[in-house]
Design a protein. Structure first.
Length: 339
């Protein structure tokens, strides 16, 4: 959820440049998914909000009336780009699925009214996207990573009558537990002198200090966000395109605590209200406690736990075989009524 904001500082100078959307989406993006005109699956979906109507970017892959999967990226303020790995695996299985940039993210409209950046408003946005893609309880799956997992759980608590299956990738159900694990476990895995220097920078709120990134990249990001020696191009592009304003407002700037609007977020006590088949995904080196992810799988009514022994926060990349095999098997089992 907090991932990538600080790395995104490296790219802040790019924010002054004109945003360029790929030209192949610009002419045909408003056509309905059912139109006969070929638009490469891209559609800008209108979203009604309390402050007006905006459009969000989506792209459909495949066509399968039995399985429609909506991917929810993290952040808030990241993009669909770091989830591009699903395109290879899901297309191979014949799933219909949708990449999607949430409102405020790079390929969607980016209004500046801060009242828009609430969990409740994002939940209603997802519901409007569901209606636009024509999904329902017979075929609709949500797969959310990090902040996308918060969004997926919150959506399910409000609209689970429209869902067939829920997949939560690397997100615990409590900000308090999230922060406690970071402080009590992950921070103490660092060298004492490294942690002391990070804490000193945090105490001064000197987050633009280049030394902060020099410490965090090798000691935190490469340990707990993505453990691949060379990060995937889609991940780097997503970092480059982050909307830091939304991220900071909802999450806050610190890597070891949540100080934004999500600071008090906690729905763990409501997990027993989730009745749809649910997959909880944890990883050994994640920023989230894998044992907490396993516990959550037992708190929902029809839960399953997927453990990625070599993975981190983005185990879709750094423990890809285990992650994708488990995700695909879960979807197939739900589709066949085996959950």
């Amino acid at each position: 959820m907090r991932l990538f904001l600080l790395i995104g500082i490296i790219y802040l100078h790019l924010g002054c440049q004109e945003k360029v959307i790929p030209t192949h989406t610009s002419v045909l993006e408003y056509f309905n998914y059912n139109d006969s005109i070929e638009s490469a699956g891209v559609k800008m979906i209108p979203i009604k909000t309390p402050v007006g109507e905006f459009k969000v970017w989506t792209k459909r892959f495949g066509k399968n009336p039995k399985i429609k999967i909506l991917l929810l990226h993290g952040g808030p303020g990241m993009t669909h780009e770091y989830m591009e790995c699903f395109e290879t695996f899901f297309q191979r299985e014949g799933f219909e699925f949708y990449q999607y940039d949430q409102l405020g993210s790079y390929y969607s409209d980016q209004p500046t009214d801060s009242s828009l950046w609430t969990t409740e408003r994002f939940v209603d946005e997802v519901e409007q996207v569901r209606q636009a893609i024509g999904a329902d309880s017979s075929n609709f799956y949500l797969l959310g990573n990090s902040w996308g997992g918060i969004l997926g759980m919150e959506y399910t608590l409000k609209y689970q009558q429209h869902l067939k299956g829920l997949l939560i990738s690397n997100m615990v159900a409590s900000s308090t537990e999230y922060g406690k694990y970071a402080n009590d476990v992950l921070a103490n895995q660092m060298k004492p002198e490294v942690l002391q220097e990070i804490r000193a920078i945090e105490s001064k709120k000197d987050f633009n200090n280049p030394r902060f990134m020099e410490l965090l990249i090798p000691n935190f990001y490469h340990e707990h966000i993505c453990r691949l020696q060379e990060w995937p191009d889609g991940l780097n592009r997503s970092i480059k395109h982050i909307n830091g304003n939304i991220y900071t407002l909802m999450q806050g700037p610190s890597e070891f605590g949540i100080s934004g609007r999500l600071e008090k977020w906690d729905i763990k006590h409501r997990l027993n209200e989730i009745k749809v088949p649910t997959l909880m995904i944890g990883a050994q080196y994640d920023t989230m406690d894998p044992k907490a992810m396993e516990e959550q799988s037992k708190m929902v009514k029809h839960g399953r736990y997927l453990y990625c022994p070599n993975g981190s926060h983005l185990s879709m990349w750094d423990d890809q075989k285990v992650f994708m095999n488990g995700v695909i098997q879960f979807i197939k089992d739900v589709d066949h009524g085996n959950m």
